[in-house]
Every structure is written in structure tokens, then in C-alpha cells.
Design a protein around this ligand. Sequence first.
Ligand SMILES: [Zn+2]
Length: 48
Amino acid sequence: MSECPRCKGKSINLGQVTVAIGKTRGKRVNVNECVDCKLLFYEALEEE
Ligand SMILES: [Zn+2]
């Protein structure tokens, strides 16, 4: 699990979403939420 980029706290994983890049491409990312400051942040998945 990745650490929060703002407070370095623990984060929980909310699942994966596909973010559109341009008209035809997409990228899978993990959505994480920090348990301390509630920051939502994305983490790119190394795949494809
Ligand atoms: Zn945080």
C-alpha cells in the first residue's frame, strides 16, 4: 500500500479506475485514500 504524498500516512485502496488519455487511450490507476488527512490520490499501474 502506498503512503500519502501529503502527510506520509497510511492509505487504503479504493479500487481501480481507467482514466481516459485523449480520445482512444486509457490508463488503469489505483485510487487511494489517506486514512489521516482524507487525501485522494492516484497511483499508476505498471502494466500494458
Ligand atoms: Zn495524508
